[in-house]
Design a protein around this ligand. Sequence first.
Ligand code: CMC
Length: 431
Amino acid sequence: MSTNRTANLSDSTSGKSSELPVLQGTLGAPVIDIGRLYKDTGCFTFDPGFVSTASCRSAITYIDGDEGVLLYRGYPIEQLAKHSSFLEVSYLLLNGDLPNQKQFDDFSHEVTHHTMMHEALKSFLNGFRHDAHPMAMLCGVVGSMAAFYHEQLDMDDAEHRRLAAIRLLAKVPTIAAACYRYSIGWPIRYPRNNLEYVSRFLHMMFEVPSEPLELPPVAAKALDLLFILHADHEQNASTSTVRLVGSTGANPYACVAAGIAALWGPAHGGANEAVLKMLEEIGTADQVGKAVEKAKDKTSGFRLMGFGHRVYKNFDPRATIIREMCHKVLDELGVHDPLLDVAMKLEEAALKDDYFVQRKLYPNVDFYSGIIYKALKIPTEMFTVMFAIARTAGWVAHWLEQQADPDGKIGRPRQIYTGAASREFVQMDKR
Ligand code: CMC
């Protein structure tokens, strides 16, 4: 971790300086530890959006944005996408290593037997309007789990924390499917233990009491792949939110509800819903040129959704994998979706355009995921919920890592104050 390198920072006005240690992780750029800077120089640092700032140590996920590399616990995403399953990846994220057969069977058994949601949680659903956005419902219902399991949660007990993580991984799909079914007026389906994680979720979403559900095999395969690709992405906005809330010692269900709220925004997980809406608005391939011009015009307030990434400045390795699966799903289901033609034309036009080339804006993971969800008949408003189910694995892995960190501190950023300087209170009749 520490190296012999140091970085010197001096304030030319006060003449004060600080010799700062330079840290090095297993992979990635060296990191200047500025913890003592204020003590030595009386200065803070300013980095809105954490563009150059590491907020924690983590051994879970590594991204090299220039090379398009994504590793979960050291394993390349391409290999996990090809050989693994979402549940196995969840074990990996939570525990640090791939499981052997017995470890996997035990984990799978445990997750499967925690999938039921408390019956009383159903009455929360009834309180929502029928047209409530499922992300709003998911956020509220997952947060309210804090009211159900608090007595079995001693935050200083590692086994209690692990169990909370398993509960979240197991119950979020059940709650997500229940939110969807409530919104369309269907009775809630209980989880079927004879199915594996993703098929169980699809049954809870689509099975009706009156007839058995026949799912094309590609449906579970595609969703499992999407879940693997979305499972974690190091210190993204929602994971950082889970960690920030977790740093206060808050209940894990409240932490994950906060993560769901952060994920919802269109700059983050809400982009998959926004991509589909954008493709529908563009409508036909011959309108793509106009959309590209509009995205380049800063006054339009319009961005190409599904393009660009804070970290990936070459390509998003998840987008490459998803693109291939997207074609496979449409072929196997025999779906001809004109939106795919629009998407391909848009991708081609943007990749040739100087504006996008110079800014290194490439299609990200969300560019193709919406088309797959649409082909699987998942409604647009559920797209970000899909992302939330998968990202729960990453959120709980980070929460567990953070809670076990002996150097953990409450997250408490500083600021540049730009308000009024100290002034005297004026009585109302004198203002
Ligand atoms: N369309 C048009 N211009 C863009 C886009 C876009 N999608 N993204 C960035 N730019 C421009 C931006 O206007 C700026 O231009 P200039 O340098 O002339 O001011 C430049 O590129 C850099 O953009 P930025 O906003 O400073 O970059 P950022 O790292 O803060 O933002 C981003 C990253 C993902 C929020 C942004 O690219 C974006 O809004 N993309 C669309 C939303 C989206 O697809 N989000 C999903 C992200 S991947 C899934 C996830 O991790 O949640």
